[in-house]
Unconditional design. Structure first.
Length: 291
């Protein structure tokens, strides 16, 4: 049974013009998900902004849609396509927690243990990692200045900008752009005050997600992420992947298995050759409804 058909049965009919949705979260990173394969609905920017607003809509950090794969996705074995929209209505290329949530409902729908999910940045291999847990392979992580992208050529391993204690950062792209900074004491950093300066620096023409990380030990990080367009999120899956990658690049961790603790909980990151990373974490159902 398609997710849309399930939702149509689960929610009382008789609400003309509205479509069924499912709300999920990954480590308290919340998403409103529409299945566009059977019940398509227009999603103008104003609707996305309203849906994400907890005081005017459902409340979420992103709106997600499930769609039929493109011809390129079908050729790559994709089961479905996911699109990601931030709270300002702009489409994003990647989101780790969102991918786990969408992958979970599609794994349940299909009865499979593994599937390929298409998103703006390419194809993602997803698999069950437990009753309510999913592992997703992301990558490759790239650091070319044009790939971030930066507005001008610069050393992405040692960024030429700073804000308060955020200094000597790294710029990386894993389908979306990140800047990662390492600090001695994460709790002492006012991320809301210093991260927007980095995020809005002209060096990043498309903005950037700002990760602030503390090394706990040789296999453990603590992380806070100031996400585009301006949210201190409780969890960021792609941010966890690039922080782990950056920590290994700097020689701050040993080995390839790294636990990243965020405000919403912990993610496991396994660093693979050629810049790929397997991110594993939980998912949870919030509610079903019409919007």
């Amino acid at each position: 049974m398609l997710l849309s058909d399930y939702l149509a049965q689960a929610v009382p009919p008789g609400l003309p013009g509205l479509k069924p949705f499912i709300k999920m979260h990954g480590l308290r990173n919340h998403f409103v998900i529409f299945d566009q394969r059977v019940h398509p609905r227009a999603l103008p920017v104003a609707d996305i902004v309203r849906l994400c607003d907890v005081e005017a809509g459902v409340g979420a950090e992103q709106v997600l849609t499930i769609e039929a794969p493109t011809p390129a996705g079908t050729a790559g074995g994709s089961y479905a396509r996911m699109r990601i929209f931030n709270i300002d209505g702009r489409e994003a290329g990647a989101c780790g927690n969102a991918t786990r949530c969408v992958a979970h409902i599609l794994l349940e729908e299909s009865g499979r243990d593994e599937l390929v999910l298409e998103r703006g940045g390419g194809l993602l291999a997803c698999r069950r990692a437990g009753p309510m847990a999913v592992a997703v392979t992301f990558g490759p992580i790239v650091m070319g200045w044009e790939q971030i992208p930066l507005a001008r050529e610069a050393n992405t391993a040692h960024l030429p900008l700073a804000s308060g204690p955020l200094r000597d950062g790294l710029a990386l792209n894993i389908g979306n752009p990140h800047a990662v900074f390492f600090v001695r004491d994460l709790d002492a950093v006012d991320v809301r005050a210093v991260a927007p300066v980095i995020q809005n620096d002209p060096l990043f023409p498309e903005g950037v997600n700002v990760g602030v990380a503390e090394v706990v030990d040789s296999a453990t990080l603590r992380l806070k992420v100031w996400e585009r367009p301006g949210i201190l999120t409780k969890a960021c899956g792609t941010g966890a992947c690039v922080a782990a990658y950056a920590a290994r690049l700097r020689g701050l961790v040993d080995g390839n298995s790294i636990t990243v603790h965020l405000a919403g909980g912990a993610l496991s990151v396994e660093l693979l050759p050629d810049g790929y990373a397997v991110m594993t974490g939980p998912v949870a159902l919030c509610c079903l409804g019409y919007a």
